[in-house]
Design a binder for this molecule. Structure first.
Ligand SMILES: CC(C)(COP(=O)(O)OP(=O)(O)OC[C@H]1O[C@@H](n2cnc3c(N)ncnc32)[C@H](O)[C@@H]1OP(=O)(O)O)[C@@H](O)C(=O)NCCC(=O)NCCS
Length: 342
């Protein structure tokens, strides 16, 4: 075992091992853009309803035949290019997704093959919209322990594949995309200062895809009953989401040893503008310190945080030396947050 290094532990945390930073970040969204106006022709809705209730104007939709791993591999290539690394440098692949290519093999295995990576360990992680932050922490542990040097963490979802396009309550909210980060240790860089993860398995009824797993295998009846699509009680999810994100945000900031006033940029899960505004209000962190791009992507589940983070970095809203707070919630319920010294 390599000894712990003195530059690594953030004040107020009991983290052991090497510091871990995001050496490269990238994102991908499919070409096809589906606007609110087009949705007006598909279901009984209006641009005005979607915009005022969610903030979403348009979302990207994968092409037929384009699977979640195809979205993920594009984001992975962009993240590796950003890090100045090649596929052959990767020594572990994690994919967070709620819409895997198939039940098994994992999407991470498909992505490893498509990326042309070595035959390194690859596995999926399921935490719905919190998946990227869960995977970030799992990847961080591998690098921190010194067992792995370069970990590829991908958040990818093709929710259009599990959306009921006749259900106006859900189909207006989601989109397809992928984001990826390359995790490494670099002496002198603090990187990920803290994370905070949680789950409440008692809330599965308010957000789920009921059929297709072992609890309710696929039958003609489950297909007829549309049990392979996302089901959601929007209002209940909304309330729990605000509380979960608030406690997650406060938890990670407290563990990082920083104060909320030290946070330069918040990257929230991009589900709904009103949820984000409620969090901004309750945390007393102005919306000018939040990066929001849901108007162009909708809720892209595990891709939402890395897509928004990659965009914020590209736009110069997140710069070297900034303190960034990531915060998400999702089906499970799950929630997660991280503070990163960029
Ligand atoms: C889904 C959400 C936007 C709905 O907003 P809301 O203000 O709670 O609206 P409600 O669900 O109470 O519905 C209000 C009315 O609008 C209707 N409605 C629902 N979807 C509609 C649509 N796309 N267009 C027009 N009307 C719609 C409802 O049928 C309801 O009509 P009723 O009052 O006649 O029954 C909101 O609850 C939300 O964002 N929840 C969180 C969802 C989320 O983030 N999920 C992902 C978790 S990772």
């Amino acid at each position: 075992m390599k000894p712990a290094e003195s530059d690594t532990s953030a004040p107020g945390t009991a983290r052991l091992g090497r510091s871990v930073h995001i050496a490269g970040i990238g994102s991908y969204a499919p070409e096809r853009v589906l606007t609110n106006q087009e949705l007006e022709k598909m279901v009984d809705t209006t641009d005005e309803w979607i915009l005022t209730r969610s903030g979403i104007r348009e979302r990207h939709i994968a092409a037929p035949g384009q699977a979640t791993s195809d979205l993920g591999v594009e984001a992975a290539r962009a993240a590796l290019a950003d890090a100045g690394l090649a596929a052959g440098d990767v020594d572990l692949i994690l994919v967070a997704t709620a819409s895997p290519d198939m039940l098994f093999p994992s999407t991470a295995c498909q992505l490893q093959h498509k990326l042309g990576a070595r035959k390194v360990a690859a596995f999926d992680l399921s935490a719905a919209c919190s998946g990227f932050i869960y995977a970030l922490e799992v990847g961080r542990q591998f690098v921190a322990s010194g067992t792995h040097d370069t970990v590829l963490v991908v958040g990818a979802d093709k929710l259009s594949a599990i959306t009921d396009w006749t259900d106006r309550a859900t189909c207006v909210l989601f989109g397809d995309a992928a984001g990826a980060a390359v995790l490494r240790h670099e002496p002198g860089r603090r990187g990920i200062l803290s994370t905070h993860l949680g789950a409440d398995g008692s809330q599965k009824e308010i957000l789920n895809v009921p059929a297709g797993g072992s609890a309710m295998p696929a039958t003609e009846q489950t297909v007829r009953d549309k049990m392979h699509f996302i089901r959601m009680s929007g209002r209940e999810v909304f309330k729990l989401a605000v509380n979960a994100m608030l406690s997650a945000a406060r938890g990670a900031v407290e563990k990082s040893g920083l104060a909320l006033s030290d946070i330069n940029c918040v990257i929230p899960h991009q589900a709904n503008m009103r949820i984000i505004e409620a969090i901004s209000d309750r945390l007393k962190v102005g919306m000018d310190r939040f990066h929001v791009n849901l108007q162009h992507y909708g809720n892209t589940s595990a891709a939402s945080i890395p897509v928004a983070l990659a965009e914020a970095v590209r736009m110069g809203k997140v710069k070297r030396g900034d303190n960034v707070l990531l915060v998400a919630f999702g089906g499970g319920l799950t929630w997660g947050s991280a503070v990163i010294h960029w």
